[in-house]
Design a protein around this ligand. Structure first.
Ligand code: ZN
Length: 382
């Protein structure tokens, strides 16, 4: 007896709607973020598929947040939710308002599909618990989200340089929390000399998930009330953006010398950094400090590059609602936004996995090592 094919997204970070089914072809659509027009993140499972070649058509994508993210993108797929590989995927802008077609030949009777390897809230809590128990690490709750989830922060190090690392303001950019796991594991490793130097010279404040509500809800870009947290940093409020308010208040208490905001980019098929071009009150040495970190990271890992990236803001035109610009302006910090790809990583492609959770973790480790080199050159009295 053949079991019918079923689609299900009623789980942590699930997002899909089945529009219609015709044999082994399923036509789907992604839900918008709550109270928002943004959509792009999908995560669902298909069951009853063993021995079949299924065709998954995700439609209406020209209306998604980044239509430029679909050409040359391949969907992530897993049968065990541990190893995620890429499925055969094509995109047609003309078909059904923009259609991503995933073709998958199933051996197992169940498979999960996602925009990128998911990072669940369960794994988040495992990470927080594991790291909080490491020698020298402290746990702090900075505040709460609108759905009542904690904004978790891990702290480590005895030095005077205040370093803030935070990720997943945009919840659908799950690679950002994989990066965090890699960075935290490096910092907790007693055999890692970069971590030893950094823990002597810096005090780290690490927020692995700045938007837990959006993460659970399967959002791309916003929190429980449809607010893009990375446009709230000039004036965060308890009603719209308590997540940002909690983090920024904690930053006001400590000050910020170095900050990295970790993201994923839908369209650009490479790892790159964005700085704080065009802030009104650039401090002496601030831009040089940024340039030096970029140079060190570029030398450290071939997964980083400087050719592809965002256009720079002209003088005085920095958008101070964005965290990197706000922190550079507010604290004179060397602040930056790290972007990893959803698409293949063009400079060093991996046919099986594309850009992956594993590569994101390794990049986290390399960013920590580059920071150790950067700190090494900063006078100890800084
Ligand atoms: Zn982002």
């Amino acid at each position: 007896m053949t079991q019918p094919i079923a689609i299900d997204a009623h789980f942590d970070s699930g997002n899909i709607e089945l529009l219609r089914q015709s044999g082994d072809t399923l036509t789907l659509a992604i839900h918008q973020d709550q109270d928002s027009d943004f959509f792009q993140w999908f995560h669902f499972r298909a069951t009853g598929i063993a021995g079949r070649t299924i065709t998954l058509r995700i439609t209406n994508l020209e209306a998604s947040a980044y239509p430029g993210g679909w050409p040359h993108y391949r969907a992530c797929v897993s049968t065990d939710r541990r190893l995620w590989t890429r499925a055969d995927t094509t995109y047609s802008a003309a078909e059904d308002g923009g259609t991503l077609t995933i073709t998958y030949k199933a051996e197992s009777n169940i498979a999960w599909f996602a925009y990128f390897t998911p990072y669940s809230m369960e794994r988040h809590h495992d990470l927080i618990g594991e790291m909080a128990a490491q020698p020298g690490f402290a746990y702090r709750c900075l505040g709460h989200s609108l759905d009542g989830q904690s904004i978790d922060c891990l702290e480590v190090g005895e030095g005077p340089l205040e370093v803030w690392l935070y990720a997943r303001q945009h919840p659908g950019e799950s690679m950002a929390e994989w990066w965090m796991e890699g960075a935290l594991e490096a910092l907790a490793d007693p055999a890692n000399p970069h971590a030893r130097l950094l823990r002597q010279r810096c005090r780290f404040h690490i927020v692995p998930n700045a938007n837990p509500d959006g993460s659970v809800r399967g959002h791309l870009r916003t929190n429980a009330v449809g607010v893009n947290l990375n446009r709230e940093w000039h004036e965060p409020s308890p009603e719209r953006s308590p997540e940002v308010l909690a983090i920024r208040n904690a930053m006001d208490d400590t000050g910020v010398d170095f900050a990295m905001d970790v993201h994923g980019d839908e369209a650009i098929a490479a790892v790159f950094m964005a700085g704080f071009d065009g802030i009104p009150s650039l401090r002496p040495g601030q831009q040089a400090g940024y340039d030096r970190y970029i140079e060190l990271l570029d030398r450290r890992t071939p997964d980083f590059q400087t050719r592809l990236g965002y256009p720079k803001a002209p003088a005085g035109k920095a958008n101070l609602t964005m965290s990197t610009n706000q922190l550079a302006e507010r604290f004179g910090a060397v602040a930056m936004t790290l972007e990893m790809p959803f698409k293949e990583h063009d400079p060093l492609p991996d046919t099986l996995q594309g850009w992956s959770a594993e590569r994101s973790m390794r990049l986290g480790e390399d960013c920590i090592a580059a920071l150790a080199e950067w700190v090494h050159d900063v006078p100890a009295s800084a």
